[in-house]
Design a protein around this ligand. Structure first.
Ligand code: PLP
Length: 390
């Protein structure tokens, strides 16, 4: 079947039909670490082939190959690579696309793990990083240097849902000879396809919406065949290999991505609008509301605004903590993107960071709550929030 004619919502279900037998509707789990190859030439070829699905599972596995085919298809890339976590994908990309003496441009507002990787780890290997405000496109242009090899974007970003103008920044980066990676975890390919806007590599914490059920950790890289192979060269040596069962579980989760994201989008937009008018809420951060500084850009590059939002309770750290505790539906837990709502207080994760302007830029606002809106019935979620905010 040639699935080129289909929308990505259909590809989620059918892009991997050439399974091992050609007849299994649900694929088997290849829970095998290694694969027998008798012929020495075939063995050498398999060993040298990035992501070979039947050589050794750290290199690749049939369950990886299957989910990678679907990921490449729905992101509009030539190839994909899965890893054991989002950080596995981000670390492999950062190390593969830089070297000692290189320079990276990244966002001030970015997932804390990505920031720590860039600021604390890459720096140890002689890579310099400049962090810029993602809403200020000119700041990217000003930060570029002759040795800039990589511009690492994240949009929407965690935890304040900042928006980067993908087309504009990709143009700036390419003019300076740098590659562009985009962490599109919070958007999902249903809402945003960064490759369509000029990005070279798309990254995901597949732990979140792609898996969708808070039951696995996984990461993904999507791009051209050449770039994914380059990142794989580093990745398979770092060893953050996704287990075959988790790859299978990820594929199963992705089957329902389109319908889940549609509901996440609807629920989050309505909740953001409701909280924007709430007397106990100081400020709402969601790209779907017109007051958001990235709203116009988000409208241009996103089909929906996603299921994650943050809001500042009109009060102290303790007041916000009490609101989170009073919620009956959202679990007080980190992570996001599952079918069930989760609430987290970013400042509680970094008690050592004071409320300086830099902390604020990173989203460490004492009374900020980050809500990963699930697919529960909207009225129940609204009533629960109102009760907790009373
Ligand atoms: C935007 C974003 N990117 C990457 C990650 C890291 O993903 P993982 O926890 O799967 O390593 C996270 C985790 O919260 C995230 O929110």
């Amino acid at each position: 079947m040639d699935s080129h004619d289909f929308d990505l919502e259909t590809d989620l279900l059918h892009a991997d039909r050439e399974g091992a037998t050609g007849s299994d509707v649900t694929p088997p789990i290849y829970q095998s670490s290694t694969f027998a190859i008798d012929d020495p030439q075939a063995m050498a070829l398999a060993a040298a082939t990035p992501g070979h699905p039947a050589f050794y599972t750290r290199h690749g596995n049939p369950n990886h190959a299957q989910v990678e085919r679907v990921l490449a298809k729905i992101e509009g890339g030539e190839a994909a690579m899965v890893s054991a976590s989002g950080m596995g994908a981000i670390a492999a990309t950062a190390f593969a696309l830089t070297k000692s003496g290189a320079h990276v441009v990244a966002q001030t507002m970015t997932y804390a793990g990505t920031r720590a990787l860039l600021a604390a780890q890459l720096a140890r290997f002689g890579v310099e990083v400049t962090f810029v405000d993602q809403h200020d496109t000119e700041a990217f242009a000003a930060a570029m240097r002759p040795n800039t090899t990589l511009v690492m974007l994240e949009t929407p970003s965690n935890p304040l849902l900042g928006i980067t103008d993908l087309a504009a920044v990709a143009k700036i980066a390419h003019a300076a000879g740098a590659l562009v990676s985009v962490d599109s975890t919070i958007a999902t390919p249903i809402n945003q396809r960064p490759l369509d806007f000029g990005a070279d590599v798309v990254l995901h914490s597949a732990t979140k919406y792609l898996g969708g059920h808070s039951d696995l950790l996984a990461g993904a890289v999507v791009g051209s065949r050449e770039l994914v192979a380059r990142i794989w060269e580093t990745h398979h040596l770092l060893g953050a290999t996704l287990g075959p069962f988790d790859a299978w579980l990820l594929l199963r989760g992705m089957r329902t991505l389109a319908v889940r994201v549609e509901r996440h989008n609807e629920n989050a937009l309505r909740i953001a609008e409701h909280l924007s008018k709430h007397p106990r809420v100081r400020r709402v951060y969601y790209p779907g509301v017109t007051s958001h500084p990235g709203h116009d850009v988000a409208k241009r590059q996103m089909r929906g605004f996603g299921g994650l939002l943050s809001f500042e309770v009109d009060g102290s750290f303790d007041d916000a903590h009490r609101v989170a505790q009073r919620l009956r539906l959202a679990h007080g837990a980190v992570s996001l993107g599952g079918v069930e709502s989760l609430i987290a207080q970013p400042a509680a994760m970094w008690p050592e960071v004071n409320a300086s302007e830099r902390a604020r830029e990173m989203g460490v606002i004492p009374s900020l709550l980050r809500l990963s809106v699930g697919i529960e019935r909207l009225d129940d979620l609204l009533a629960d929030l109102d009760r907790a905010l009373q």
